[in-house]
Design a protein around this ligand. Structure first.
Ligand code: GLN
Length: 190
C-alpha cells in the first residue's frame, strides 16, 4: 500500500505544525481549503486555532457538508483543541459531544499536563492546553479516552478522535499515531 494521504484543514490555526508531524510519520499531507481538496483523502486533521474564525471559513468555503460526508463514509478524523469544538454538535456535528470553550478559566490561559490516554501505551501524553475546551456532554456512542479533574478531554466515536489539547507542538507523535492506526484499519476494509 502507498503511504496514506492526510488532509489538514488549513483555513486558520496551527495547521502547519500538524503537517510537520504527519510528514515525520511518513504520510503525504494536503492542506485543505476547498471541498475539492477533500477528494481522495485517507484521513483529516482539524487543527487548533479559533473556532469562530474557523467556522466562518467553513461556511464561506461550503466545507461543512463535504466534511460530514467524508466522515460518514468512514474516513478517520482527528480534531485538536478548536478542532474538537469544530467536531461537536453545535458545529460540524460529526461527534455526539458538546464542547465547552475556554473551559479552564480565563486566568489559566495555558498549561501543560500529563494525560493518561486510553489506547496510548507507555508514558502519559504531555498535553498542551491553550484556552482549551473540555467535553461538557457526550452521547452513549462516545468513548471517553482521557479526563482532567473528572472532565473528559479526549474522546473517540467510531473513527473520529477529538482531543482538547495540542499534540503537534512537541515530539510525541502518538496521538497522530492513533489517527494513522484508524486510517490503516479503514484502508484495509476497503
Ligand atoms: N479557545 C479556542 C476556541 O474557542 C480554542 C483554542 C485552541 O485551539 N488552542 O476556538
Amino acid at each position: 500500500m502507498t503511504e496514506p494521504l492526510i488532509g489538514v484543514l488549513a483555513l486558520q490555526g496551527d495547521f502547519e505544525a500538524h503537517g510537520r508531524v504527519l510528514r515525520r510519520l511518513g504520510t503525504h499531507v494536503r492542506e485543505v481549503r476547498t471541498p475539492e481538496d477533500l477528494d481522495g483523502l485517507d484521513g483529516l486533521v482539524i487543527p487548533g486555532g479559533e473556532s469562530t474564525t474557523m467556522t466562518l471559513g467553513v461556511l464561506r468555503e461550503g466545507l461543512g457538508e463535504p466534511i460530514r460526508e467524508l466522515t460518514a463514509a468512514g474516513v478517520p478524523v482527528l480534531g485538536s483543541c478548536a478542532g474538537l469544538i469544530m467536531l461537536d454538535r453545535e458545529h460540524l456535528a460529526v461527534m455526539d459531544i458538546l464542547a465547552r470553550r475556554n473551559a479552564f478559566g480565563r486566568q489559566v490561559r495555558s498549561f501543560e499536563a500529563d494525560v493518561a490516554m486510553e489506547g496510548i501505551d507507555g508514558a502519559p501524553v504531555r498535553g498542551v492546553f491553550i484556552r482549551a475546551p473540555l467535553i461538557a456532554e457526550h452521547g452513549a456512542g462516545v468513548e471517553v479516552l482521557a479526563e482532567i479533574d473528572g472532565h473528559p478531554v479526549a474522546a473517540r466515536q467510531g473513527a473520529t478522535i477529538a482531543v482538547a489539547f495540542h499534540t503537534e507542538l512537541g515530539t510525541d507523535d502518538r496521538v497522530h499515531g492513533l489517527l494513522l492506526d484508524e486510517v490503516r484499519a479503514a484502508r484495509a476494509r476497503r
